[in-house]
Design a protein around this ligand. Structure first.
Ligand code: NDP
Length: 479
């Protein structure tokens, strides 16, 4: 059974209960985790608070050394962690391996920034005084992560927090805790002082409220559904705890009539079907100019039907594993059914696979729809699975207006050879990211985070590090 890391010790839940973790390809149990309780949360936060002063006071170069060491430890367990991730999440093993390697890369990136936090010199009117700003770690961080990219989304919080001098309590999704726990044990073995990194496992519904409303918590970093984010925001107000919220999205892709259609269809397919569509940054609505609509639909449909083979996550030719849970598949099926009932045409996929090898898993094929009503569920809600609607538009004004007609604002993309169109899209699309002629891949160096109901606060880049610090003003007068 996996355990929790609290104050440097591997422990079970104080209540002694466990939660089974299952393989989405066949429903079989692949391990257990402790079913943490409020007392476990208390213990983890107490350990993080105790470790904070010494960790915050440690020179950045020393914190960086430990993080570099942790990256080496992570590299040593990449295969083991990737296997756990594929088993519990359902994604193909090769993709799980990329995700595990990303944790080590993220540690390296933020290790490089750990000694580069600095303040400003600010002249004041009085010549006998001047001001400076210094950056202090915010303190104890609670990080809550979802099941779709359990490792990268954990690392996005852990690495800047450690670099800034914060201590942390991580709560992974209860359906994907095993890879995260193993990765954290490897990272912690680099020699971090006890209590700097802690984990608690358990149901978000049971321990979430205690975690986010606890007076010892100085910052909550959350990735997950918009509805959960709203609740966390409310509860955080109890102690005026700062929050970073990375929530849902419904990213538009605009394909103009001068676009490289081959490139656009390749980006749309990866952007929509990678991780079986269970990604926050993903192509979730496509707006294509009338003139190239038929060509785009034919080529994209061809890719969806031929290139995205579904199958067991450990088979070498699998491009899409099962969806993570039955609920997840039911949700996508219901969204597609709603569109079809209201007149949409299915161009690819649209039905769960009938072959017996798929019977025990939550499989769903790459699905493409046209003629989807603009007030249908697929057009107005986040589709967290491998299905995408294509809308035909006449020009960029219409495309941008429709792209922005959503409560979300996470990613976006445009395919065009006209830099004026690209620039307009970059300036006018309501999103935290716009890719021009490229696939939706987030970079460590670029700040990432949403607008509107996709959340606020940044991960990645120096902005993420700054988000784990507070800028304090100091006035120095000649004594
Ligand atoms: P959830 O919001 O259901 O769960 C996310 C995490 O929150 C889990 O660890 C969950 O625990 C925990 N949780 C659940 N209820 C509470 C609560 N009341 N208080 C505190 N924590 C709680 O999201 P999903 O796991 O379903 O993730 C999918 C969503 O995440 C999608 O909407 C997706 O767009 C979004 N997402 C956003 C990203 C971004 O960067 N903007 C990136 C990736 C995903 P438990 O598992 O035990 O329920």
């Amino acid at each position: 059974m996996a355990q929790m890391l609290i104050g440097g010790q591997l422990v079970g839940a104080q209540g002694g209960k466990t939660i089974p973790v299952r393989n989405p390809a066949n429903g079989e149990s692949v391990g257990d985790i402790p079913r943490g309780t409020a007392s476990d949360v208390d213990a983890a936060l107490a350990a993080a608070a105790k470790a904070l002063p010494a960790w915050a006071a440690m020179p950045g170069t020393k914190r960086a050394q430990l993080m570099h060491q942790a990256a080496l430890k992570m590299h040593e367990v990449v295969d083991e962690v990737a296997k756990l991730l594929a088993l519990e999440q359902g994604k193909p093993l090769a993709h799980a391996k990329i995700e595990a390697e990303r944790v080590a890369e993220n540690l390296e990136y933020f290790a490089g920034l750990a000694d580069k936090l600095r303040g400003d010199y600010i002249p004041l009117d009085d010549p006998a005084k001047f001001g400076i700003t210094i950056r202090r770690p915010v303190g104890v961080v609670v990080a809550i992560t979802p099941w779709n990219f359990p490792l990268t989304l954990m690392a996005n919080k852990l690495c800047p927090a450690l670099a800034a001098g914060c201590t942390i309590v991580l709560k992974p999704a209860s359906t994907t805790p095993l890879a995260t726990q193993r990765a954290i044990e490897a990272i912690a073995s680099a020699g971090f002082p006890a209590g700097v990194i802690n984990t608690v496992h358990g149901s978000g519904g049971e321990i979430g409220d205690v975690l986010v409303s606890h007076p010892r918590v100085n910052k909550i970093a959350f990735t997950g559904q918009t509805e959960t984010g709203k609740r966390i925001m409310q509860l955080a107000s109890k102690n005026v705890t700062r929050v970073t919220l990375e929530l849902g999205g419904s990213d538009p892709m605009i394909v103009c009539d001068d676009a490289d259609i081959r490139r656009a269809t390749a980006a749309a397919a990866i952007g929509r079907f990678f991780n079986a569509g269970q990604a926050c940054l993903a192509v979730k609505r496509i707006f294509v100019f009338e003139k190239v609509a038929q060509e785009f639909m034919a080529k994209f449909t061809d890719r969806a039907s031929k290139e995205w083979k579904i199958g067991d996550q450990f088979a070498a030719d699998t491009k899409m594993g099962p969806l993570h849970t039955e609920t997840q598949r039911n949700e996508v099926e219901a969204q597609v059914a709603d569109a079809v009932k209201r007149g949409a045409k299915v161009l690819a996929g649209g039905e769960r696979p009938a072959a017996p090898e798929y019977a025990k898993g939550w499989y769903y094929p790459a699905t493409v729809l046209s003629d989807v009503p603009e007030d249908s569920r697929m057009a107005t809600e986040e589709v967290f699975g491998p299905a995408v609607p294509i809308f035909i538009v006449t020009d960029l004004d219409e495309a941008i207006a429709k792209a922005n007609a959503t409560v979300y604002g996470l990613g976006s993309s445009i395919f065009t050879k006209d830099m004026a169109k690209a620039r307009r899209a970059a300036e006018q699309l309501d999103a935290g990211y716009t890719w021009v002629n490229d696939i939706q891949v987030a970079y460590d160096q670029l700040p990432f985070g949403g607008v509107k109901q996709s959340g606020y606060g940044k991960e990645h880049g120096i902005e993420a590090l700054e988000g784990y610090t507070d800028k304090k003003s100091v006035v120095l007068a000649s004594g």
